[in-house]
Write a protein that binds this ligand. Structure first.
Ligand SMILES: Cc1cc2nc3c(=O)[nH]c(=O)nc-3n(C[C@H](O)[C@H](O)[C@H](O)COP(=O)(O)O)c2cc1C
Length: 259
């Protein structure tokens, strides 16, 4: 068991990039991915255990909350969480803190990856991808140094009552957006979309891409398609694509990334 463990969900790379930057500074760290059921859930023995995840529809993404119930952490371990969003934190930190009490938490904004809703630079504060990435790296270093020194947060995690109703409605909204996904004739059946989908929702039937009913609206298929052939109806046709500049499809598909 490594000294440090970070559980990470990332749809389009921002959170995995944050996790990798923190792991580099900490050293002796395993990043355990939570896009699917985590390869390891019992991390008793790790001295520091962290969670890095985005806000989706005011709360935790995909199946993360269900997976969190199975994670076993040493009661003496130092625990931390970093939440990323385009604008607001949501109730994810609160949900996590109820299951695994946190010693340290922080939140930072980055580019909006939900491009059927907003263009990617419509984050708070508004800025372009290069500036947002530099800002994220700056924060990663600060968080990593705090974590290395086992700093405890002075403020308790936000209660975020107003996000509970939003997040309860979210899975239905996400699935219904998923029903509007289509690949156009620029598609060359390269396999990227199926590979990057965290729910196994995409398959191929001959030369057609078939989207199922398990979409969580993470937008990874739209953002990573090298032909820009996938769209949510017409909404994203003219919208610039964005995924984290440092994170590849293969990175997202790892089960454990060791430093
Ligand atoms: C499906 C979806 C829902 C989102 N919901 C919110 C939200 O409720 N509030 C917010 O501020 N940002 C929201 N975002 C923006 C992400 O939290 C933000 O872009 C984050 O950096 C994405 O991290 P990732 O690239 O690791 O997936 C959403 C993004 C997606 C794809």
């Amino acid at each position: 068991m490594k000294e440090n463990v970070i559980f990470c969900y990332s749809g389009t790379g921002n959170c995995l990039d944050m996790a990798k930057n923190i792991a580099k500074t900490l050293g002796d760290t395993d990043i355990i991915m939570m896009r699917r059921y985590p390869a390891v859930t019992d991390v008793r023995g790790a001295k520091r255990v962290g969670f890095i995840f985005p806000c989706y529809g005011g709360g935790l993404p995909g199946h993360v909350e269900r997976y969190l119930h199975d994670i076993k952490v040493d009661p003496d371990a130092y625990t931390f969480a970093i939440n990323q969003s385009a604008a607001y934190k949501g109730e994810g930190l609160k949900k996590l803190n109820e299951l695994i009490p946190l010693d340290y938490w922080a939140a930072v904004t980055h580019q909006c990856t939900c491009i059927w809703l907003f263009p990617h630079d419509l984050m708070m504060p508004k800025m372009g991808a290069v500036e947002a990435q530099a800002r994220s790296e700056h924060f990663a270093l600060k968080f990593a140094n705090d974590i290395k020194n086992n700093v405890k947060s002075k403020r308790s995690v936000p209660k975020a009552y107003w996000n509970t109703a939003e997040h309860a409605a979210w899975p239905k909204i996400a699935r219904s957006q998923g029903q509007s996904l289509k690949a156009n004739d620029k598609c060359v059946i390269c396999g990227t979309c199926a590979k990057v989908c965290p729910t196994g929702n995409i398959r191929y039937a001959g030369k057609a891409v078939v989207f199922g009913d398990k979409c969580i609206s993470c937008c990874a298929c739209v953002q990573y398609c090298p032909q820009e052939a996938i769209n949510f109806g017409k909404i994203t046709e003219k919208r610039e694509r964005y995924h984290n500049v440092n994170i590849t499809v293969d990175d997202l598909n790892q089960e454990i990334i060791s430093f």
